[in-house]
Design a protein around this ligand. Structure first.
Ligand SMILES: Cc1cc2nc3c(=O)[nH]c(=O)nc-3n(C[C@H](O)[C@H](O)[C@H](O)COP(=O)(O)OP(=O)(O)OC[C@H]3O[C@@H](n4cnc5c(N)ncnc54)[C@H](O)[C@@H]3O)c2cc1C
Length: 457
């Protein structure tokens, strides 16, 4: 077992940055030893740090970095069932099992995510309307709980602990292993259609027409107002059937095309992402897609993980970092709420550099899990201090009033009052959590902020 060392940690948004004592256990028994050796301090697990805000951070506590827990433990080639340690990444899962003809049913927009992190934020992907979340494909977890006991749980075994851990933000214990079932696929290819959507109504029209595509996501322009409000480009696709293949050199060509950008080695200067450059980017991105539809067969990496081509792209936002604001609002026939959200953003001129919109399916998990039926919108804003906080406060009001919620895996600043309105099941979730951890061993900066840990009121 390592000794604990002090380290500053941050999420993908690089805000906030908090110091903790960290350890990097390599074996499951070392995690148990780390918990026993916590010196009375609170503890939190931390995966690949791809959550954006403070959900994976803990000040004045002990943080267990899980990345060295990276072993595949079992695989059944007849069913695609895999059991793996929680520090295994989605990249490792895909690269190990795609050659055997299997792919996860649900993947997020980056493959640098651990299985433990995927569970703790109950992550969703482009296939939510068909496949639900990552956790809908899990049969069992093993969790190191606050008492030091390892407890197996699943939908049919200790279900309360299981469902409190799904989207439980790491506050029920350290997930040690994950057992899930992968989906059979013919190979690495995706049949894709890219469709330009001219405004918000057009987005909803194309989205409704796309229900039989297993994967959909739409880039949306959050700078342009007026007639173009909500214009974008939908990417919809499905795993290609046997015999349908794309250009085998495609990934190499994409890497070559992006090679000048392959690594953002230093923090971007503060002027780099201003109103004018964000507007220019959005305009150029929209115009590069011809009107109507473009069909192609593309490799799964650019389809699922396009941003992973550029290492450390989060540094482009400069030293102050950035905030991601992801919301979901229930369906409303006139799309009034989404229009109000977009108008609030365009009115500030603050512009989100990269924004995506998607309609979720019906699967809901309760507790602190984010997805619910309706429309989700994810926005990236350079950290500009108070003006950005004011905009986010305004968006919180719209979202809470509409019965929607903010994704906690991306959040760094939601107030306790808004949280309680947006996640009305929080008390039931906390009762289960407190039963497994009455002393508040597992804590996080977000948990403290939102009143989720131990005896916090
Ligand atoms: C470019 C990009 C695209 C993304 N796209 C999506 C998307 O499409 N859909 C989506 O849902 N999310 C998306 N995300 C967010 C990301 O999937 C989640 O934040 C995920 O939880 C990150 O996993 P991680 O391993 O980095 O965990 P961390 O960020 O390190 O931790 C996240 C949470 O998991 C907990 N945790 C980690 N490991 C364990 C463990 N072993 N036991 C208990 N708790 C643990 C931590 O305490 C923390 O609460 C994206 C992020 C990026 C940067």
């Amino acid at each position: 077992m390592d000794t604990w060392v002090k380290r500053e940690l941050h999420g993908w948004g690089r805000y906030p940055r908090l110091e903790a004592e960290v350890a990097r256990p390599e074996r499951l028994r070392d995690v148990q030893a780390a918990l026993a050796d916590r010196g009375g301090l609170p503890v939190l697990a931390h995966g690949l740090g791809r959550s954006y805000g403070d959900v994976a951070l803990l000040e004045n506590g002990r943080v267990i970095l899980t990345r060295r827990l990276d072993r595949m433990l079992e695989f059944d080639p007849a069913t695609g069932r895999v059991k793996a340690e929680a520090g295994v990444s989605i990249q490792e899962l895909v690269e190990t099992f795609l050659p055997h003809g299997f792919f996860p049913a649900v993947v997020p927009g980056t493959w640098f995510v651990t299985l433990g992190g995927a569970v703790a934020n109950d992550i969703h992907g482009k296939s939510h309307h068909v496949d639900g979340t990552f956790c809908d494909h899990i049969s069992q977890l093993e969790i190191l709980t606050a008492s030091g006991e390892i407890v197996a749980c699943g939908p049919d075994l200790e279900p309360e602990l299981f469902w409190a851990t799904v989207g439980g933000l790491g506050l029920t214990g350290v997930i040690l292993t994950v057992e899930l079932t992968l989906r059979p696929v013919a190979g690495p290819w995706i049949v894709q259609e890219a469709v330009r959507t001219e405004d918000l109504d057009d987005f909803f029209r194309v989205s409704a027409e796309s229900a039989d595509f297993s994967h959909t996501v739409t880039w949306i322009d959050c700078v342009t107002g007026g007639k173009g409000l909500g214009r974008g480009i939908m990417m919809r696709g499905r795993h290609a059937p046997p015999g349908v293949e794309g250009d085998p050199g495609m990934v190499g060509k994409a890497i070559d095309a992006l090679s000048p950008l392959m690594h953002v080695p230093v923090d971007g200067p503060s002027w780099l992402l201003n109103k004018a450059t964000i507007r220019l980017f959005n305009e150029a991105y929209f115009r590069k897609q011809p009107r109507g539809q473009v069909d192609s067969v593309i490799h799964y990496i650019p389809f699922f993980f396009p941003l992973d081509f550029v290492k450390d792209w989060n540094r482009i936002y400069g030293k102050r970092g950035f905030l991601q604001y992801q919301l979901v609002v229930p369906p409303d026939p006139d799309h009034r709420v989404m229009r109000e959200v977009l108008s609030a953003i365009t009115a500030t001129g603050m512009g989100s550099f990269l924004s995506v919109i998607k309609e979720f399916g019906d699967q809901v998990h309760g507790g602190l899990s984010f997805p619910r039926p309706g429309t989700t919108l994810a926005l990236d804003f350079a950290h500009s201090g108070q003006p950005l906080f004011d905009l986010c406060d305004r968006l919180d009001d719209i979202v809470s009033d509409a019965g929607g919620r903010v994704y906690l895996g991306k959040d760094a600043r939601l107030s306790r009052a808004h949280f309680r309105r947006q996640y009305p099941e929080w008390e039931a979730w906390k009762a289960v959590r407190d039963a497994w951890d009455p002393q508040g061993v597992f804590q996080s900066a977000m948990g403290q902020r939102l009143g989720l840990c131990g005896g916090s009121k």
